[in-house]
Write a protein that binds this ligand. Structure first.
Ligand code: APR
Length: 167
């Protein structure tokens, strides 16, 4: 049975099979968690990302973890929040689905997600947390080989929103 847990901390420190990066469509790094992951991984990560040809919003691509304790990085591009009536909920759910599908395809056992789109991209945290939890639950209900899915909060507000969403 796949476990779902909530932790508060720095995703770059987690020794898991994959950490998910809230990237932009270039996949060439940025600020926020994207910047932290690239800094911790070292230059090998961006070198591999250059070969991937970018990533569409809602899609996900996988690379090695390089100098990170995580074995791999799953890069996904969240939607920018524009009020919620431009497909943002469906695109955010797609980020979680695409990342989980990639993890299954690569026989990964542990995966950690940051709060995708909840920083620079401005997605309201309570709504994003509910989408994350609901999408993860749907994935597990359809059968998963994953042992653990970790929701990583970087602040109290996000941790509380995840706990609220898990109910
Ligand atoms: N560990 C875990 N979570 C983190 C970390 C970290 N080290 N650093 C930031 N976060 C959290 C933020 O607090 C926020 O809750 O990750 C969440 C996502 O915020 P952003 O990193 O700003 O990502 P996002 O809102 O999806 O915007 C993506 O920002 O960094 C650029 O290149 C990136 O253009 C892209 C955009």
């Amino acid at each position: 049975m796949t476990g779902v847990s909530i932790i508060q901390g720095d995703i770059t420190e987690l020794e898991v099979d994959a950490i998910v990066n809230a990237a932009n469509s270039s996949l060439l790094g940025g600020s926020g968690v994207d910047g932290a992951i690239h800094r911790a991984a070292g230059r090998g990560l961006v070198a591999q990302c250059r070969t991937l040809g970018g990533c569409e919003t809602g899609e996900a691509k996988i690379t090695g973890g390089y100098r990170l304790p995580a074995r791999s990085v799953i890069h996904t591009v969240g939607p920018v929040w524009h009020g919620g009536d431009q497909g943002e909920p469906e695109l955010l759910a797609s980020c979680y689905r695409s990342s989980l599908t990639l993890a299954e395809e690569h026989n990964l056992k542990t995966i950690a997600f940051p709060a995708i789109s909840c920083g620079v991209y401005g997605y309201p945290i309570p709504q994003a947390a509910k989408i994350a939890v609901d999408t993860i639950r749907q994935h597990i209900e359809h059968g998963s080989q994953l042992d653990e899915i970790i929701l990583v909060a970087y602040n109290d507000e996000t941790a509380n929103a995840y706990r609220q969403a898990v109910g």
